[in-house]
Design a protein around this ligand. Structure first.
Ligand SMILES: N[C@@H](CCC(=O)N[C@@H](CS)C(=O)NCC(=O)O)C(=O)O
Length: 216
């Protein structure tokens, strides 16, 4: 059975990174589209008990949490497509360091920027400039450190692309639209960010995830 990615058709958030990893690893998959208003249904909660997306169904094996899915895919197909987790001891330790930083020092603030900006842009709610500006200021602390790190190396875990770089795609891809320029401001961060968003895997997702992906 071809691997199923259960997610809405659009590509931001956790579903964007999982689709990008599937393409980087050249893993055939099928999108099973999910409607946003079904996330709290009994059927969905049986697969993703937190009522979120995405999850995968790999021949009956259900897995949710985009970072866990990405790691599973890399470990299942280490020799296929782009290598996304280093195996050498110290390189792997630096990867884990960058992964912890992404989850602890970037993700919560990136999510806050997204939530404040989304309320503003998509939901017709009154502009909450205060919440948005505060979220951007909080996020800029991590981005300032990234600017220094990326002045010394090509990617966040070293000179090779890893999953950590791709973990930034979900919220990051929405920032410019939401009016947050943090990823295109500093020279090192913007060089890195352009590298990520110009990968063929991301470009092919920019109109949304297609229903099936196969490879030559
Ligand atoms: N930590 C989860 C977060 C996933 C997440 O935030 N999903 C959003 C869409 S991108 C969602 O399901 N939102 C609906 C909700 O939380 O009610 C992951 O990485 O898979």
């Amino acid at each position: 059975m071809v691997l199923e990615l259960h997610a809405p058709v659009t590509t931001t958030g956790g579903r964007g990174v999982v689709a990008m990893v599937l393409l980087e690893k050249r893993i055939p998959f099928e999108l099973v589209p999910i409607e946003w208003d079904t996330l709290n249904s009994k059927e969905h909660l049986a697969k993703q008990p937190f009522g979120q997306v995405p999850f995968i169904d790999d021949d009956g094996f259900i897995l949710y949490e985009s970072r866990a899915i990405a790691r599973y895919l890399e470990e299942k197909y280490p020799q296929q497509g782009t290598k996304l987790i280093p195996t050498e001891l110290k390189a792997k330790a630096l990867f884990e360091q960058a992964a912890s930083v992404e989850f602890a020092d970037y993700e919560p603030y990136a999510r806050a920027v997204y939530m404040a900006g989304k309320a503003k842009r998509f939901r017709g709610l009154p502009d909450d400039h205060v919440a948005f500006d505060e979220a951007v200021a909080d996020l800029s602390r991590a981005i300032d450190v990234y600017e220094v790190i990326l002045g010394k190396q090509k990617y966040l875990a070293g000179d090779e692309l890893t999953l950590v770089d791709l973990f930034h795609i979900g919220f990051g891809a929405t920032f410019e639209f939401l009016g947050c320029d943090l990823l295109v401001k500093g020279p090192n961060v913007s060089r890195w960010w352009k590298d990520i968003i110009s990968r063929p895997s991301w470009i092919s997702l920019s109109d949304g995830i297609k229903s099936t992906y196969t490879y030559e």
